[in-house]
Design a binder for this molecule. Structure first.
Ligand code: M6R
Length: 608
């Protein structure tokens, strides 16, 4: 879960590497480093952000026509300069994203051969292995290929050799790596956003590929060492999409992009009178009509989207739906139902646990697999037969926002398609629901207007060490999402409970120091929720209620109420998410936290 960039050019590539790393900081930001060849190998590393590395590069007047760079999210070894990449061995420098699972055995072997280790990382073995192969007489490409054949785990690497100053070699397995094709210069990076500054022409490497990159040429060979041509894709990602524009933070930008992101995700149904299963890929109609249940696998916020979907799928489509945290499912011995539709949900499509859960499902004989994902070229999409691409655009803030609401949008569509195929909704009902979906972007824009009111609450939450989030029914997972947002960026300990569960334990926590958020839609459970809210008030707990107009909840002492402007029926969970995102954002700002890059986290969790 790190970002790598490499460049070969006739010009000084240091600014390109630094800009690339800045774009990739969402992947990890606890230390950074780069190596260039300029009359010899020069390496600079620093703990902290890319900006610290940029300052160091300036002070050292770093220059070069060929270089590799890395921004790190620590897995093996603390975030420190000595553990920052590139790692070197003799004249070899290597940057690595991924995890080498057999690094300990390799390390022991290399130490017995006289290699000295200067870091605590798993990655350093790669540099020494390549060095050993070169000593053995291999050329750089041969040494890289021989090295990766010994590695177990996942990697994207870029390698330089000081005595071969015109060539960079890269390889990938299990984590993303692409090449950027420029005019008289070539590049490599973990994702396209790092290279938009120099080119839109991208080649997505496949697992097992090794590529040799010079100013003029790109030579790619596959896992068997056979030369291959990989298609050049013209990236449609706009530089604006990865820039801040008028916003202060990516999270803020992404919260406010939600009406547009949802509208884009709905583009294919905008003019439709009815829904087609083929929205989920060619052949979806046949597959979806065969399935008798749904199994959703995902992590974090994407998991919460899955939990919301369970309520929709069971209530509207009338088929059983299970939702599992991917990191748990992958190590269980689940009893597979081959007629279940396995739905993986992921913003990045690179989350290691979700990919492994999908692999397990496959190995257990699950044939029907659908990915709901925001990244078209991701491993998850490639590994799934059916797919629905959410069109949120690049999500850069570590806290997932627009990915969540677009995932929910996709999951409503899936519910309706399943329901329709099973004769569970009439044509009229389908039309009404489609109409409500078309109104969703406007409804989201209205809800965003509550920001000033939510901002007033944020100070209270920023001062608190704990918070409770309550919801009932389909709004319970929304409470879970609200609590996750608050903890991950404000570091306030937050827990979500189904409000009916309060009296079974968590009520003991409630006193005047515990702010309690209640999600109060005007649905069938509202009177039950009101009783639960009274239980909180009776213990001196202060309530912060996000209510629909028809919930009829009046503010009073200890009871703060924000009324949401639109009532969206089954889409209500989507609208209720927005104030919770805003609450977390503003609480984190009051606390002075780095909202886009919260401590200890990274955007894409491509390692276990
Ligand atoms: O890319 P994915 O949707 O698979 O990521 C899953 C989680 O890592 C992610 O949702 C994480 O929980 C977010 N930081 C939450 O805001």
């Amino acid at each position: 879960m790190c970002g790598i960039v490499g460049a070969v050019s006739a010009r000084n590539i240091v600014p390109v590497l630094l800009e690339g790393l800045t774009q990739l900081e969402y992947r990890g930001y606890d230390s950074a480093g780069m190596a260039v060849i300029d009359g010899g190998l020069k390496r600079l590393r620093s703990a902290g952000r890319v900006s610290a590395l940029a300052a160091l590069a300036g002070e050292n007047n770093l220059n070069g026509n060929i270089g590799i760079a890395h921004t790190r999210w620590a897995t093996h070894g603390a975030p420190s300069e000595r553990n920052a990449h590139p790692h070197v061995s003799g004249g070899i420098a290597v940057v690595h994203n991924g995890i080498i699972e057999n690094h300990q055995a390799i390390r022991t072997r290399l130490i017995s051969r006289g290699y000295e280790f200067t870091s605590d990382t798993d990655s350093e073995v790669i540099a020494h292995l390549i060095h050993a192969r070169l000593e053995h007489g291999d050329d750089l490409v041969g040494a890289v290929r021989a090295t990766v054949s010994e590695l177990e785990g996942a990697y994207a690497i870029a390698v330089l050799r000081d005595s071969d100053p015109h060539r960079m070699v890269v390889a990938r397995m299990g984590v993303p790596l692409l090449l950027g094709v420029g005019a008289g210069e070539n590049f490599a990076a973990s994702d396209a956003s790092a290279l938009l500054q120099v080119t839109r022409n991208m080649i997505y490497l496949q697992d097992g590929d090794v590529a040799e990159i010079t100013v003029r040429d790109l030579h790619i060979s596959d896992a068997h060492g056979k030369p291959v041509e990989r298609a050049v894709h013209v990236s449609e990602m706009s530089a604006d999409a990865v820039g801040l524009g008028p916003y202060q933070h990516f999270m803020q930008k992404e919260i406010f992009e939600q009406p547009g992101a949802v509208a884009n995700t709905l583009e294919m149904v905008v003019n439709a009178q009815s829904l087609s299963p083929e929205l989920f890929g060619v052949g979806a109609s046949a597959v979806l009509s065969k399935v008798d249940s749904v199994l959703i696998l995902a992590c974090g916020t994407s998991y919460h989207a899955g939990v919301v979907a369970r309520y929709w799928i069971e209530a509207i489509a009338g088929i059983p739906c299970n939702v599992e945290i991917a990191s748990e499912y992958r190590y269980r011995d689940p009893v597979p139902n081959p007629r279940a539709l396995v739905v993986t949900i992921s913003q990045s499509g690179e989350t290691a646990d979700t990919l492994a859960a999908l692999e397990l499902a496959k190995s257990l004989g699950h044939e029907f697999r659908l990915a709901i994902c925001n990244v078209a070229e991701s491993a998850l999409v490639r590994a799934s037969d059916l797919r629905f691409l959410t069109r949120a655009g690049p999500e850069i803030g570590v806290a997932s926002t627009k990915a969540f609401t677009t995932q929910l949008t996709a999951l409503v569509l899936l519910t309706l398609v399943l329901a329709k195929q099973r004769g569970r909704i009439s044509t009229d009902r389908e039309r009404t629901l489609l109409e409500a979906m078309r109104h969703l972007p406007a409804a989201l824009s209205h809800v965003l207007l509550v920001e000033p009111l939510v901002k007033k609450w944020a100070g209270r939450f920023a001062k608190s060490e704990h918070a409770l989030f309550l919801g009932r029914g389909i709004h319970y997972p929304i409470a879970m999402e609200g609590a996750l947002k608050l903890k991950e960026i404000s570091y306030v300990h937050a827990e979500a409970y189904p409000a009916g569960e309060l009296k079974h334990g968590p009520l003991a926590l409630v006193d005047r120091d515990m702010p309690v958020v209640a999600i109060a839609p005007g649905d069938a459970l509202i009177e039950k929720l009101k009783s639960n809210m009274q239980e909180v008030r009776a213990r001196g707990g202060e309530l912060y209620v996000l209510a629909d107009q028809n919930a009829h909840i009046e503010p009073s002492e200890g009871m703060h109420v924000i009324e949401l402007p639109d009532h969206a029926g089954i889409l209500s969970p989507i609208l209720h998410t927005i104030p919770l995102q805003l609450l977390a954002y503003h609480a984190a700002l009051v606390r002075g936290n780095d909202v886009d890059k919260p401590r200890n986290l990274a955007k894409s969790v491509t390692v276990e």
